[in-house]
Design a binder for this molecule. Sequence first.
Ligand SMILES: O=P(O)(O)OC[C@H]1O[C@H](O[C@H]2O[C@H](CO)[C@@H](O)[C@H](O)[C@H]2O)[C@H](O)[C@@H](O)[C@@H]1O
Length: 303
Amino acid sequence: MGSTPNAAPQPEPTPEPASPAVPAPHTPAGREGLAALLAHPERAVVALDFDGTLADIVPDPAKARAHPGATAALARLAPQLCAVAVITGRPAAVAVRLGGFDGMPGLDHLTVLGHYGAERWDAATGALHAPAPHPGIAAIQAELPGVLDRSGVWRGTWVETAVERKGGRAVAVHTRRATDPQHAFETLRGPLTELAERHGLIVEPGRLVLELRPPGMDKGVALADWVRETGATAVLYAGDDLGDLAAFAAIEKLRSDGVGGVLVCSGSNEVTELAERADLVVDGPRGVVALLSSLADRIGSRR
Ligand SMILES: O=P(O)(O)OC[C@H]1O[C@H](O[C@H]2O[C@H](CO)[C@@H](O)[C@H](O)[C@H]2O)[C@H](O)[C@@H](O)[C@@H]1O
């Protein structure tokens, strides 16, 4: 048997692209937290914010969706960890729908803590636990048109789409589509704070949004309770907005109690406070997907 003289030369097989390394935190505490997570992933948890972290920011909140690849990356990582959660200002059911989480293989034990932790949805049971609406919300909805009208900050078109009703449990006033979004945000902040306080509510400022919601819960309380419930020895949290600072503070506290922690900022030019406190800054939701994928690859390669 000789070789076939006229056979076309076979191309060299293309090597599998090497999976990118897990990005290194720039702080010693973050490196320690990541080392703890990688040493015992089965005892580690990952929690993520939704808008701006798992989903790109878009002008219409109803049109937000998980960044392409985000849900799949989380689903690949989740079975290798003790637990994963999404902690969001959205109603839990809305985040589940926008994220495409329900029924996603790999996310069968996902927990979604909505309304800053006041609501809870568990993929394992499909059950949604939500408190009764705060009575102040109905009063606010009635007074809000007058307050917005008196502020005089819009040009007639955006105000109809500025109010997000959030299932009757909170009201978010968005200024992203105003003629001058930052000016509208600053002009509305005082009157909306006065309105909220008069009805026993608080104002949660976010990325060109002022949310009027019940007090008594925040992402820090929600994250700390959930981490305690899982018994995790390491936790990574990723967020992008001011509401995520409470979760960062909770991780700093957990670290002082001996739990490894990694603070990840999904970077943007709209909010700088998180980047200043984070152990690792990634390039928005795209960077979060890359981080989740690199963790899934790294942990998976050792099994
Ligand atoms: O905790 P999160 O998951 O970050 O949710 C916080 C608020 O995010 C949403 O608003 C933001 O995303 C919108 C869609 O991209 C964008 O239009 C808006 O400017 C952002 O502030 C959401 O609409 C709010 O209800 C959430 O409370």
